[in-house]
Design a protein around this ligand. Structure first.
Ligand code: NDP
Ligand code: 8X3
Length: 259
């Protein structure tokens, strides 16, 4: 029997944009209760209001910087008891900064990627998973990337963070053996979101060249894959989903049409 999301409590980090926002819509449509986490409070509140109106579901905004371990623990602990019983955690918050060579890149860019994509993911996992184990129910979905499988020029630290997400997903599954808690690593290729604008610090023209002349994945494509993984029957653990645009065949090979 597939797993119903009706009334399940789902925490999505990075819900203020892109893949996280798409997940919120997909899960809301399936009747879940949603905790929406990210740093931009106004975006979370606007999303929460839109979801409540459209799907008549319960939501909570959780303004949060995943880089801050204490803030993560406090935020989870401060949720009312019925919201602390998180059934699904989507560790989606993440970012890239720059495409500089490893021997030239600003240290600050590395700190931010490592602190968010690796340490932030770990902090949220550490805050949420003990409750899942205690309640005998849960599913952790980590958002990795094609970048965690294949390194590309200028991307070595971002790619290393996503390789770490792959290892952390495998490690969590190993550590949860004997519990019913499931773990899935989602590894998308190019998805058009704010990702490249963030990578290039607001340079929209440069960000657009990433998707020029090709059809990228959409945030909905990723949300759909996650929905599949978390609605399988309880005895089925989808460990990995690696999905690319048809116009992409590796981290560096993309078919582009003249524009
Ligand atoms: P977006 O930039 O659109 O969304 C990133 C989200 O992460 C935002 O909601 C942002 O919210 C949140 N976030 C970033 N830093 C923090 C932080 N310190 N604390 C809390 N939230 C944070 O990009 P995507 O939707 O594309 O990215 C989502 C995930 O997907 C990332 O992990 C990314 O690495 C991964 N990915 C993306 C691909 C792509 O091509 N786009 C492909 C493969 C994987 P806020 O700024 O409000 O905090
Ligand atoms: C994001 C996809 O190829 O830009 O993880 O690194 S890529």
């Amino acid at each position: 029997m597939t797993t119903s999301l009706a009334h399940q409590c789902i925490l999505i980090t990075g819900a203020s944009s892109g893949i996280g926002t798409a997940c919120a819509h997909f899960f809301a449509q399936a009747g879940a209760r949603l905790i929406l986490a990210a740093r931009r409070r106004e975006k979370l509140e606007a999303l929460a209001e839109a979801l409540q109106k459209r799907y008549q579901i319960q939501t909570r905004s959780l303004p949060l910087d995943v880089q801050d371990s204490e803030a993560v623990m406090t935020a989870i602990e401060s949720l009312p008891a019925d919201w602390q019983a998180i059934d699904v955690l989507v560790n989606n918050a993440g970012l890239s900064r720059g495409l500089d060579k490893q021997y030239e890149a600003p240290l600050q860019d590395w700190e931010e990627m490592i602190d968010t994509n690796i340490k932030g993911l770990l902090y949220v996992t550490r805050a949420v998973v003990p409750g899942m184990v205690a309640r005998g129910q849960g599913h952790v979905v980590n958002i990795g990337s094609i970048a965690g499988r294949q390194t590309y020029p200028g991307g070595s630290v971002y790619c290393a963070t996503k390789a770490a997400v792959k290892s952390l997903s495998e490690g969590l599954k190993l550590d949860l053996l004997g519990t019913p808690v499931r773990v899935t690593n989602i590894e998308p290729g190019l998805v058009e979101t704010e990702f490249s604008t963030v990578r290039f610090r607001g340079d929209g023209d440069r960000a657009q060249t990433v998707y020029q002349g090709m059809t990228p994945l959409t945030p909905d494509d990723i949300a759909d894959a996650i929905l599949y993984a978390i609605t399988r029957p309880a005895h089925v653990n989808i460990s990995e989903i690696f999905l690319m645009p048809t116009d992409q065949s590796s981290a560096t090979l993309v078919h582009r049409r003249p524009t």
